[in-house]
Design a binder for this molecule. Structure first.
Ligand SMILES: Nc1ncnc2c1ncn2[C@@H]1O[C@H](COP(=O)(O)OP(=O)(O)OP(=O)(O)O)[C@@H](O)[C@H]1O
Ligand SMILES: [Mg+2]
Length: 354
């Protein structure tokens, strides 16, 4: 039952709310493991059940059914005193920071230590160390109202780390921030993961945030976990439509397709439009030249997006192919054999897998 590499084990979790006699199934039969050292992303639209699910990890939300094991401890069997202790191992940060406005930055970070066994001196050193860790040493005496959103979230992070948690849960912690500040906060979470070995669980509705720091991803829809995998698998080979939607938004292929459609360029080329998706070494192949040399099929690149994710290239490309029908079919097979995902795109809006 206890696997030491698995720091969070959720099994068959249901959460049902009763609102005015009406049942709301916020989480339906979700099983999910987070490994020690993961930066685990949970993505889904509003109302998917993300917050409810992560609140089950520290039992801020008790599940209607299922089991919750954190660090080998069955959370549902703990006494309230043991639970209070176990919760210290799980820090949380939120979209609206939840800082105490009447306390200074220092006071906010010190607050979770109010009943710790540290001496006065140790406690002061701890707060100063946390201030330094999040880059706010010179803001110690400011009040939250004197800080920018990014700085407030840094206070939130320092406060969440006060009890040396092994797990940090971020519930839309960057949703109220601008893109640059979002990147900085995500970088900070990545640094905490790398340097302190903290396992991070990030909830978001943006694939870009996931791409920046996560190594594993779960996709939620209507209370269910519909897809889960490594960042590269989810990004390079999404299976479910919703997953693909999230990926497509972040690669901007959607807007590219809309532009191509309205420009009429594919009709001018009298060709077939295909989408290629690939990960890793295949990108060293001279694909476009190969299609021409081997099959006499000419390929125009209409859109391409390549990114480095965890040291691996992940690419997506739209090609307009023209040539003899049977040669084009051979060319598509050749691409498939190179482990490139090929999808034919029919510009009337429907798409078909090849
Ligand atoms: N305490 C509660 N009482 C009743 N219904 C709730 C409660 N908490 C959540 N819900 C419902 O459960 C569903 C999932 O909500 P949840 O907040 O987990 O979604 P979410 O994915 O975090 O959404 P968002 O991205 O907007 O934060 C929603 O239909 C919500 O209204
Ligand atoms: Mg939420």
């Amino acid at each position: 039952m206890t696997d030491t590499n698995k720091i969070v084990q959720l099994k068959d979790i249901d959460v049902t709310f009763d609102v005015d006699g009406k049942k709301i199934e916020a989480v339906k039969d979700i099983s999910l493991d987070v490994n020690k050292g993961d930066v685990f992303g949970i993505i889904g639209y509003s109302g998917a059940g993300k917050s409810t699910l992560v609140r089950v990890i520290n039992l801020l939300q008790r599940p209607t059914a299922g089991s919750v094991v954190v660090n080998g401890q069955d959370m549902l069997k703990l006494s309230s005193k043991e639970l209070r202790q176990a919760r210290k191992n799980i820090g949380m940060i939120f979209q609206h920071f939840n800082l105490m406005n009447s306390l200074t930055v220092y006071g906010n970070i010190d607050f979770p230590l109010r009943d710790s066994k540290l001496s006065k001196k140790e406690r002061k050193e701890k707060v100063e160390h946390l201030l330094d860790l999040v880059g706010l040493t010179d803001r110690a005496n400011n009040y939250p109202s004197q800080l920018s959103g990014g700085q407030k979230q840094r206070v939130g992070i320092a406060r969440a780390l006060a009890n040396d948690p092994e797990i940090l849960i971020s519930d839309e912690a960057t949703s109220a921030l601008d893109p640059k500040t979002t990147t900085e906060i995500l970088d900070l979470l990545g640094k905490l993961n790398e340097e302190l070995g903290i396992t991070v669980v990030i909830i978001t509705h943006e694939m870009d945030a996931i791409k920046q720091v996560c190594n594993r991803v779960a996709v939620m829809e209507n209370g269910q976990l519909i897809e889960e995998g490594s960042l590269l698998t989810i990004f390079g080979h999404p299976k479910e439509k919703l997953t693909k939607d999230f990926v497509d938004t972040s690669t901007q292929i959607k807007s590219a397709l809309e532009e191509i459609e309205s420009s009429g360029i594919v009709h001018d080329l009298s060709g077939r439009l295909i989408e290629l998706q690939f990960t890793g070494d295949v990108t060293n192949e001279p694909i476009v030249v190969g299609l021409y040399k081997k099959f006499n099929v000419s390929a125009s690149i209409l859109f391409s997006n390549m990114e480095r994710l965890q040291g691996t290239t992940v690419g997506i490309m739209l090609l307009a192919l023209s040539g003899d029908d049977d040669k084009v079919a051979e060319a598509v097979k050749y691409l498939n054999d190179l482990k490139i995902n090929v999808r034919e795109i029919n510009l009337s809006g429907s798409e078909s897998a090849k």
